[in-house]
Design a protein. Structure first.
Length: 299
């Protein structure tokens, strides 16, 4: 071993622990892209801010009884994004494809939520047997917004139309337009509003989600941090009042983290809008999802 290898290392690695790519089961990569942002920009700073937060919170999960430090995680760094959304989506697809083809689980850190389209496209033939479960304040089912058909407001409609996953369910919904509601009804895209979660309780909704997802071979999970009420995560690009709590989100998403999960992403943190609280929450969500997936793999 050289002195360079012995005495130097990349400091801003997610969780501070790094396996080799060959050893890794989970491969993290950042997508610092927010070129289609329509309200508050800044999610391009999300990946590294979330990494920094991950270095400063404890890594043991009481929910799963597993420590992130014991997981085989490799942080590949950030995608070399283009200001052209289509090019960035395609690069995201290529990277995610390579991770999936290596038999590993891709975990993307955004960046704006549009990045999920790139990972969904990487599913290829697996899409027909994959349910996409999205936690988001918005449906993102518009056909066009601000003269663009490819943006953070349209990507879920593109996933449905181009990728054609077996099922799409959205959770935490509370900000939509009539066009999106009509599209969801026409195409069979189901959603649970934040009011339903608050009124019924996260446990009941989690069980309903389990029942609806039981028949699918694979699951892909995507978390837009604006699913949380701004009281819990104010530093997002499109904050929306009357959201769910951090505990409710974790109860809901972790209940779906089983052996069928082939990847996940966490997006839309724009760290400049608070003093670091939102990035800590995002890092915690990733920690807990990783630990729950590891636990499910041991059953």
């Amino acid at each position: 071993m050289s002195y360079l290898e012995l005495f130097t290392s990349q400091t801003n690695v997610f969780s501070g622990m790094q396996k080799t790519l060959e050893e890794a089961k989970y491969v993290i990569f950042g997508v610092p892209f927010d070129a289609t942002s329509s309200y508050r920009s800044g999610a391009r700073f999300g990946p590294n801010a979330i990494r920094q937060a991950s270095l400063n919170i404890e890594s043991y999960s009481f929910r799963s009884g597993i420590d992130v430090e014991d997981l085989a995680v490799y942080d590949a760094g950030d995608l070399h994004v283009s200001p052209d959304a289509a090019k960035t989506i395609d690069m995201t697809r290529l990277v995610a494809e390579e991770i999936l083809n290596a038999g590993k689980i891709p975990i993307a850190i955004g960046g704006e939520h549009t990045i999920t389209l790139g990972i969904a496209k990487a599913l290829g033939k697996k899409a027909a047997k994959t349910a996409v479960l999205s936690f988001d304040a918005h449906l993102d089912l518009r056909y066009e917004f601000l003269d663009s058909t490819l943006s953070h407001t349209t990507f879920m409609q593109l996933i449905n139309g181009e990728v054609k996953p077996a099922k799409i369910i959205e959770v935490g919904t509370r900000s939509v337009c009539k066009e999106e509601l009509a599209y969801a009804k026409k195409t069979g895209i189901e959603f649970f509003t934040s009011q339903q979660i608050i009124q019924k309780g996260s446990d009941q909704v989690a069980e309903q989600l389990k029942e609806k997802l039981a028949s699918y071979d694979n699951l892909y999970l995507t978390v837009d941090m604006d699913v949380l009420d701004p009281a819990f995560a104010p530093a997002v690009q499109n904050p929306e009042p009357e959201g769910i709590s951090t505990t409710q989100l974790l109860d809901l998403v972790l209940a779906q983290c089983d052996k069928r999960v082939i990847g996940f992403d966490v997006s839309e943190i724009a760290p400049i809008y608070d003093q670091g609280a939102s990035t800590v929450v995002a890092a915690k969500v990733i920690f807990e999802m990783l630990c729950e997936l590891e636990k499910s793999g041991k059953k």
